[in-house]
Design a protein around this ligand. Sequence first.
Ligand code: ADP
Length: 471
Amino acid sequence: MSAGKNPSMFDSIKLKLLAWFLAVFFVIFTLLGFFLYYELKEIVIGSLDNHASSEVTLLAGILSKEEEHGHLEEGIMELTSAATGEYAVALSGHYYQMVDANGIVLGRSPSLSLANKYLPITSMSEEPVFEVIIGPAGDPLRLVTQTFQYTGLRLTVQVADSLIDSYHLLYSFRTIILVAIPAIFLISISGVIYISGRSLRPLNAFSEKVGLITEKSLKERIDDTTPVKELRPLATSFNVMLSRLEKSFARQREFLSDASHELRTPTSVIRSQCDVTLRKERSEEEYRETITNIGKAAGRMTAIITRILDASRLESKIFHLKVEKIDLHELLDEAVRLLTPTATEHGLKISLNERKVVVMGDKERLSEVFVNLVDNAVKYSTKGGRIDINLSEEGKYAITSISDTGIGMTEKDKDMIFERFYRVDKSREEIPGSGLGLPIVKAVLDAHRGKIDVETEEGRGSTFKVYLLKH
Ligand code: ADP
């Protein structure tokens, strides 16, 4: 776990999904609940209003007919006494009454008169006025009041219907919504938890498996045929990484065991030389020979130890550069001079073009780079070959190309040679080396913000191009 940063609970994909789901669900369903409730209320109250209004229009129509015949008063009396249905039952919740301009009730439905009750006169407008009132039986009523002008008489007609049934309907609906939404909510949450838990299970199995892999079990592979499609590329890349790690660890182990094995020979040479020489008095000549042999063995040991140090230097990637101005031609010339005896021994010719280019860098490290590259060109060449070193400039770079007519390598090997301990196939085992030269070259060039390119063809030779920033 990374230090310093506390993982919050929302780092979990599952919880994030759940929180999002809950938030969206909550907002949508709350809005939907409100919307449906108010829509239903509009519909229920609207239909009640329609009914009461048409009742008002009906009463006004009857009275207008009666008035045409000059029987308005009788008409009112008739409406009062001849009512049927709910209007005829005392305090049924369905009422009407007719009021004159002075607020005197001229007639009312039996549902009112039988209980000796009135509707409150709240308006005398010619437009219908709708309101909610508490009725004579103490129940809520929807009241419509509208005033009509007759010859010689202004008559206000009022019709009221009980809201109890509508309120019951709305109440039931509200209860259903309040129970149903949380219930759907809970079912969905459980569903989301279940599904996300199930779909993330392969990820848990995956990370558990990854967690179990150590440097000792690099042979293990993750199942990349997992049913979760999204995990397959991850498993494949992880397996590729494991293969590379496995190879790299194997090469490292091999290198260490080779190096320690190699160290045995000079050590035993030194010991046996000492033992044998010290057994009796020796001549100066014999001592000299022994010391020379010990010196040679120590030289071999130094070479092996240098390789081990190189390996650990690469491991820690520590390169302290002593940057100074360097004449690159001079540096290459020194490398050529150093390696010419070996090249001549192998029947090879080395050439270097004349060109003065100055770069900034660490002289010792860059010398190591070029000696390594020229040494490789010598090692991996066949008798009678040529090594051409060409110095040029391109933009901000000084380019040194080192071409040989040697054995070259395949494209696959070309991609691997900068990996630590990598050596091209076993047939080259007779050529001494550790597979550390090119990784060191690359690390030094990286530290100089330079780069290296390789062009090669098996059996025909290779060209290594080193790019260094010009001064
Ligand atoms: P070493 O030479 O010690 O094996 P290097 O890291 O210098 O290690 O090189 C890695 C491998 O790259 C070598 O084993 C060799 O197979 C290949 N290689 C390097 N330089 C050349 C070259 N000029 N021509 C052909 N193969 C090369």
